[in-house]
Design a protein around this ligand. Structure first.
Ligand code: GLN
Length: 485
């Protein structure tokens, strides 16, 4: 049962092959038996899940079921869940019980989905390996000494290990696509503003975007149908129509043109990775797609620009965690200053502190123009590069990451080398565009992914291409070998 996709489970529930309570119990048992090894969940909400499953079965019996009623999913622990701990992977919020649901959570509840639990993540979504979590690293189910990627590493590992058929993630600079690639699953970062950020703990507000992490593109479309939509509680939410993302999955691809940025395929790309992308290109060519070389010159500057803008925004967003209003408070504060200083010193981990310091520095008088303003100008150039490219091509193809999963501990003392694992993903956030990572084979028995990038609001086009590719290949069906213990 656990190898089934969301779409298959939805069909089985509709056909009454089993109940929501049965499928929910099955996944809860799997989490219980296997997750000690992977650490992909911070909180498992078994009672809550079974109550939701019962309600879903009752709704179905009354003929009130929607497309995903009774289907289990997991939520990244960055989304606020009423009455349930929302830690954001941090000691700072270890004791935080949210008084309200994030819009995304509310939408899944309204759709009748069952929440199995909250998944592990890098603290405040800062990281690319899930080693920055207060709750310990997540293990990649493909190889136990490797990382699952980050920051949505818990969600990616849980889907790969078939502990849940789907999970939410958030992507500020690659955190849906990079772990999806490293765990051999499908991950979609929607257009900035497509999915509400209300109740999603803020890291870098102009970049953060929630999205689905699933086995297939079809499942990503099903989840995005639930997640997307205007929200008046998020001032950056886009007031645009939400299409049915499943409606165009089977559209003919003939005559479409995909761009290959020469900056993604230069000497820095390993021959092994180039070979996997070539295989994708061959399959897409068979489906009638044409390819064209393009240039995205400014993307070379995306990592430096991102590592000014994201820390700048985080230093401001995280100032609210002061020991007064939320989360961790130090013992016996001697003064207000002592309360702030010790609560923050004790509550935040090393990487979060590093980002707050860099961000505060970049925004301070005298440095603002040199760093922050400069980074914003580069951001505009990156945006313009994509805009020009999309006058010639319908989508862009490249690798999601430079390498497959690396070893736990391998990069933890070298933040810069860790930052470089997002070299192909951060530009997409800086430009606010949609991007999807889909599995495209293995290198040394570890999965790798390719990334399709689309023009603003063209998620449906990316899902169409990815779904067609998945209809003709089986890279997305490969799963890690996991023995139950
Ligand atoms: N790895 C990047 C970072 O550390 C991106 C994180 C994310 O997308 N949340 O900032």
């Amino acid at each position: 049962m656990h190898n089934k996709t969301l779409a298959e489970i939805a069909r089985d529930l509709e056909a009454k092959n089993y109940s929501s309570v049965e499928v929910t119990q099955h996944f809860l048992d799997r989490i219980k038996n296997l997750d000690a090894k992977f650490n992909s969940f911070i909180t498992v909400t078994a009672d809550h899940a079974l109550a939701q499953a019962q309600a879903a079965d009752a709704a179905r019996a009354e003929g009130k079921a929607g497309p995903l009623t009774g289907v289990p999913i997991a939520q990244k622990d960055i989304f606020c869940t009423q009455g349930i701990k929302t830690s954001c992977g941090s000691k700072m919020l270890d004791n935080f019980i949210s008084p309200y649901d994030a819009t995304v959570v509310k939408k899944f509840n309204n759709a009748g989905c069952v929440m199995l639990g909250k998944t592990n993540m890098d603290e405040f979504a800062m990281g690319s390996s899930n080693e920055n979590s207060f709750y310990g690293p997540v293990v990649n189910p493909w190889q136990e000494n490797t990382v699952p990627g980050g920051s949505s590493g818990g969600s990616a590992a849980a889907v790969a290990a078939r502990l849940t058929p789907g999970a939410t993630g958030t992507d500020t600079g690659g955190s849906i696509r990079q772990p999806a690639a490293l765990c051999g699953i499908t991950g979609l970062k929607p257009t900035y503003g497509r999915v509400s950020r209300y109740g999603m703990v803020a890291f870098a507000s102009s970049l953060d975007q929630g999205g689905p992490m699933t086995q297939t593109a079809e499942d990503a479309a099903l989840m995005l149908n639930v997640m997307a939509g205007f929200d008046e509680r998020d001032s950056t939410s886009l007031d645009v129509d939400t299409p049915d993302f499943t409606a165009t999955l089977n559209k003919d691809l003939k005559g479409m043109t995909i761009g290959l940025p020469k900056e993604f395929f230069d000497e820095r790309l390993s021959p092994e990775m180039a070979k996997q992308i070539d295989a994708v290109k061959n399959e897409l060519t068979k489906l009638g797609i044409n390819f064209k070389e393009i240039s995205l010159q400014a993307t070379a500057l995306s990592i430096p620009a991102y590592y000014i803008i994201a820390p700048a925004e985080c230093s401001s967003n995280l100032s609210r965690f002061d020991g007064v209003r939320f989360g961790h408070r130090c013992e016996n504060p001697k003064s207000l200053k002592d309360l702030y200083e010790r609560s923050r010193a004790e509550g935040f981990g090393t990487e979060v502190k590093r980002r707050i310091m860099i961000g505060t520095y970049a925004l301070s008088a005298g440095y603002y123009d040199a760093y922050y303003l400069k980074a914003l100008k580069i951001r505009r150039l990156i945006h313009n590069d994509f805009e020009n490219a999309f006058t010639e091509v319908d989508a862009i193809l490249g690798p999601t990451t430079p390498t497959p999963a690396f070893k736990i501990g391998e990069k933890s003392d070298d933040p810069i080398s860790l930052y470089l694992s997002d070299i192909y993903t951060t530009a997409v956030n800086l430009a606010g565009l949609p991007g999807i990572s889909i599995p495209c084979g293995q290198i040394n028995n570890l999965p790798v992914g390719c990334q399709l990038i689309g023009p603003r609001l063209q998620e449906a086009r990316l899902l169409n291409i990815a779904h067609q590719l998945q209809q003709h290949t089986d890279w997305h069906k490969q799963a890690p070998q996991i023995e139950a213990n």
